[in-house]
Write a new protein. Sequence first.
Length: 370
Amino acid sequence: MASDDQKSGQLDLAAIRQRINAIDERIQDLINDRARIAQEVGVAKGELASAVDYYRPEREAEVLRRVLDRNEGPMRDEEMLRLFREIMSACLAQQEPLKIGFLGPEGTFTQTAVFKHFGHSVRALPFHTIDEVFQEVECGAADFGVVPIENSTEGSVNNTLDMFLTSPLKISGEIELRIEQHLMARDKGLDKIERICAHEQSLAQCRGWIRENLPHVELVGMSSNAAGARRARDEDGTAAIGPEVAADVYELKILFNNIEDRPDNATRFLVIGRNLLAATGEDKTTLLISTSDTAGGAGVLHHLLQPLATHGVSMTRIESRPSRRKNWDYVFFLDIEGHAEQAPVADALAELERDASLFKVLGAYPKAIG
């Protein structure tokens, strides 16, 4: 027979479960209420509006910042943001799912960035090259695109920068993604692994863990982590390295999580779209500029950027690339704090534009959240 203490514990557990059930019902009702209101927004905007017309990145950023401000735990900010992103993604998809182009194939970190930013209720469209992502967004086949721009250890992605030289697209957002490398295979058990197939960068980023735990396996460089995951799916004795999404796409089991040697490795991605966004209060602006005398050295560039200092505008990043106009001629990509259409940034840019031979606002967009 159960003791009085056991009976009391069982009663307490039953009561807790009833409370959880009641809370679950309230959460479900509130999510459906939100979905119905989202439908009303769709009706107000008209039947002919497409998914991209319903979606407002600046409004989403405002909602997510409010989520962070009011979160008092015990759930971590990262988890709370993820839940709200998925709720907003599902509500928006009632009208029509957003079409998001990304640098494929499926199972890459870029696809992980898509789902982190837009949620899973979107149509994620993989393309072979960064050029293709830009082209599909330009022609309207994709509503937005997601492309890598820089890695904390590898530096800038020059192909993305070069596309902005001629593309009319605007930057609509940024995504910061910590690069978490997982070991995955069809079957469990390290003793069955004969080779690891992954992109050379991922193999290099996990070399210490591999040397300690699997010193005798063959390391096979692949064109992408997704290609390695496909091979692990099809071959006995083969494991792959990559993001969690690769295990989901190729139906692999994750044997070990986070085998990367440096936990601070991160990649920044840009969201590209067709329109300049309104200000949110916590924004970043990206510029493309040049002067007619880039061969003049640091003094010319210092003079060109002087309006930023004069108006107290902080520059957070600068990159140079060949202009493609003539030999030894360069353009500069700048990230600055603030929105291009608000003071003091707008005042600084008006002066900068007067002195620049090339001046282009590539985007003014919310800073990465979470």
